[in-house]
Design a protein around this ligand. Structure first.
Ligand SMILES: [Zn+2]
Length: 399
């Protein structure tokens, strides 16, 4: 330590590196030879000192790395390219996995996008490098992370119940990237892959892991039922509105949650709305009974024969329903019948997979406001991935 200066709102601590050798921040290559000394001082924000911001300042040298060319030397207390110390970043990552945007911004006084850049660095550093070994039962799924059509593909390890891989995009090419990273040997270990009913991931999975059983996640099937019902509801509402029955149209718009929520979760008023819809009969009620029948197929305790029987019955009811969204859904489900039954047989996808899925969806809502998919993915990995975050004092890192 060279000097400590106090200002009204911050404390600046000037330090000099004790080591003689210069280290490349990218690869750790070290050399006694310096290229030159940077003209400007480097600053890092460190953990606050009481009410003051604490800044570390040092004059760094530059070296020539045979791989990376001329670089400013790395320092042990900060990640390359960062304006924050590792301890500060560690605190931010710990907070980001636990609390909301405004709390973090106010407590540590940095904006949300900076939080995004920090957690992307921490996640890249701290992810367990062995997370792709020993994968046998996985799920591939998409999640939307910003308001408009931005998606991440996530891979779940069903056995450890963690997200182990993610990347921007949601098509076969994105899944191909995962299988490429896994490599042919580890691809051959895969026993089951659970998917939604879309064509993209399935194509990639069959190509790279043909020995694995493809299973269709039951909660995707149940969700497809809710989506079909929502289409029926909206079409019906538009018809009522066009026929000039304004009152009925408004009532029906309010019925959305009565129809889509699980019956056991309805408020008294929603339950009454549902009872009215039942009494009125018609398209919405027919759609509702189909949606519920589809959901009931995956109730715990049913044998595989029960499920096959119920599934076939729902398919034929939906086909005859004269509700276009359900007729289409019946076709899709019939096409994926084997995959749906495989999921039930293998029990690879159960309530636990769904709860991880719900956790991811809850967390990703906080990723709104990030501008890079890396930041959104980091937020998911910090909370649902193979990372153990510790607070600075638990790590014993010292500046
Ligand atoms: Zn290097």
């Amino acid at each position: 330590m060279r000097a400590v200066r106090f200002y009204a709102d911050r404390v600046v601590v000037e330090v000099a590196l004790r080591r003689r050798r210069l280290v490349c921040p990218e690869c750790g290559y070290s050399t006694p030879h310096r290229h030159n000394v940077r003209e400007v001082q480097s600053d890092w924000r460190h953990l606050d000192l009481g009410v003051w911001r604490l800044e570390i300042r040092a004059r760094l040298r530059r070296l020539t790395c045979p791989v990376h060319g001329v670089r400013t030397e790395g320092v042990p207390f900060a990640r390359p390219g960062s304006d924050f110390t590792r301890n500060f970043e560690c605190l931010v990552a710990w907070l980001a996995a636990r609390t909301d945007k405004s709390t973090i911004s106010r407590l540590v006084r940095i904006d949300w996008r900076t939080v995004g850049r920090i957690i992307a660095r921490v996640s890249a550093d701290e992810l367990d490098p062995d997370r792709l070994c020993e994968l046998f039962e996985i799920g591939i799924d998409e999640v939307s992370w910003a308001s408009q059509h931005r998606y991440l593909t996530l891979v779940t390890d069903h056995q450890r119940r963690q997200i182990v891989w993610g990347h921007e995009g949601r098509d076969a090419a994105t899944a191909d990237l995962f299988f490429a990273e896994l490599g042919p040997q580890r691809c051959r270990q895969l026993e089951a892959i659970s998917l939604d009913m879309g064509p993209g991931y399935a194509k990639s999975a069959r190509e790279h892991a043909p020995q694995a059983t493809i299973a269709i996640d039951p909660f995707h099937v149940a969700k497809a039922g809710s989506d079909a019902l929502d289409q029926v509801r909206r079409a019906y509402w538009n018809k009522l509105r066009e026929s000039g029955d304004k009152d009925a149209a408004r009532r029906f718009k309010d019925a959305r949650w009565a129809l889509l929520k699980r019956p056991e979760n309805l408020t008294d008023r929603q339950a009454q709305t549902l009872a009215d819809l039942r009494a009125a009969g018609g398209e919405a009620w027919r759609g509702y009974t189909l949606k519920e029948a589809l959901r009931a197929i995956f109730a715990p305790g049913l044998t595989i024969d029960d499920v096959a029987h119920l599934l076939d019955r729902v398919i034929s009811r939906a086909q005859r329903s004269r509700l276009e969204p359900f007729v289409r859904l019946a076709r899709t489900i019939r096409k994926h019948r084997d995959g749906i039954l495989a999921a039930v047989r293998l029990a690879v996808t159960n309530a636990r997979a769904e709860s991880l899925n719900n956790k991811v969806r809850l967390i990703v809502r906080r990723a709104y406001g990030f501008h890079s998919p890396a930041a959104a993915l980091a937020l998911i990995m910090l909370s649902c991935g193979p990372i153990t975050l510790r607070l600075p004092h638990e790590l014993h890192l010292h500046v």
